[in-house]
Design a protein around this ligand. Structure first.
Ligand code: ADP
Ligand code: MG
Length: 347
């Protein structure tokens, strides 16, 4: 069941100068987030990700299109009704946005106070949250005494305090080092799995999506240019921009400079074979090449794992008669994806 849907949603801002046309921050976006998803939204800076988040949590109205949250069309609601919708959505930020002058405990208690909880209930809930995020010993500390990862864990505890069904994370790990990023992502995974919270992860970092998301939408210039299961988008991205994103984190795909080095070092035609689980085995490719009497050498490769499903890329230098290579590649290409590195590109 979808918990958030966007149908033909656009958001434009008025131009800032007289000779500038209006800014289309979100352009005709349609997507559907299922209950329990960890839904990733990826794109370069300026792609419209944060604007999309502000539309989902009803901080700003869409210019056109329909947004539903938990079955309710929020584009038709009055301000007083929107407040209730916002209460069901937690949010965490790149800069954590903690109150510097309040203790960890008071930061987490803040939304509960606003919601009118009693003192004993707040005490119990804060203790529960602190233990969930692993900061039971930091209740009395102040934000400045915490590391970045600890601050974000406080941010997560605060966002979850009133028990929202949805958590929006806008670049929530972008200010953290890789090790700390993975600790925070592990915590978000637990939030999703143990508390059943639907999480929307907005990021420009592909490895964040690879680590945590189940679905992904790729944004460029306000539009969603590709969306689907993370495995599908990572193993066989269709759009050139998604291919660039995926290329930055996927193992086994040589970068342009690596391809130039391969070309210099190896004789023959350079061919990349891309495997996905369910494809015929890699061994069969080797058997086919050998069976055709071709000489080949493995020059580059890597295997990726996304939640237990594997895909990979192997690049071989193949030597032999061109017509035999062509025929064999056509054969093999019926079972796995075959990409030949163009001569001119490598030069
Ligand atoms: N309040 C605003 N007023 C005018 N333009 C805005 C506003 N918010 C965002 N934009 C513009 O909308 C585009 C998308 O911005 P944003 O959603 O912040 O992208 P992202 O989060 O992907 O970096 C950018 O061109 C940005 O300058
Ligand atoms: Mg942003």
């Amino acid at each position: 069941m979808p918990i958030v849907t966007l149908t033909n949603v656009s958001k434009t801002y008025p131009s800032r100068t007289r000779d500038e046309s209006e800014i289309v921050a979100v352009d005709d976006v349609t997507l559907s987030i299922e209950k329990g998803d960890v839904f990733g939204i990826i794109g370069y800076s300026g792609a419209g990700k944060s604007t999309l988040v502000r539309l989902i949590n009803a901080l700003e109205p869409a210019t056109s299109g329909t947004i539903t949250v938990d079955g309710v069309d929020i584009t038709a609601l009055k301000e007083s009704e929107l407040r209730k919708v916002r209460g069901g959505i937690g949010m965490i930020f790149q800069q954590f946005n903690l109150f510097a002058s309040r203790s960890v405990k008071a930061n987490i208690a803040y939304p509960l106070k606003l919601a009118g909880w009693s003192k004993p209930d707040i005490e119990a809930r804060v203790a529960e949250l602190l233990s969930f995020v692993g900061l039971a010993d930091k209740a009395k500390a102040y934000p400045e005494q915490l590391s970045g990862g600890q601050k974000q864990r406080v941010g997560i505890a605060r966002a979850l305090a009133t028990g929202p069904a949805i958590l929006l994370a806008d670049e929530a790990t972008s200010a953290l080092d890789p090790q700390t990023t993975h600790e925070v992502l592990d915590l978000l995974k637990r939030v999703n799995q143990e508390q059943g919270v639907t999480i929307v992860v907005i990021t420009h970092e592909m490895d964040v999506i690879q680590t945590i998301a189940t679905k992904v939408a790729v944004m460029e210039k306000g539009r969603v240019i590709e969306q689907g299961d993370v495995f599908d988008v990572f193993s066989a991205p269709q759009n050139p921009a998604s291919q660039r994103f995926v290329g930055t984190v996927v193992k086994g795909l040589p970068s342009p400079s690596e391809r130039a080095v391969l070309r210099d070092r190896h004789q023959g035609r350079l061919v990349t074979f891309s495997f996905r689980d369910g494809d015929s085995s890699q061994a069969q490719v080797f058997l086919d090449l050998a069976g055709a009497g071709l000489d080949f050498e493995l020059v580059y490769g890597g295997i990726n794992d996304i939640r237990g499903r594997a895909f990979g890329h192997l690049t071989l230098a193949i030597r032999g008669e061109d017509s035999v290579i062509d025929r064999t590649l056509a054969d093999v290409g019926r079972r796995v994806e075959v990409t030949e590195l163009a001569e001119e590109e490598a030069r």
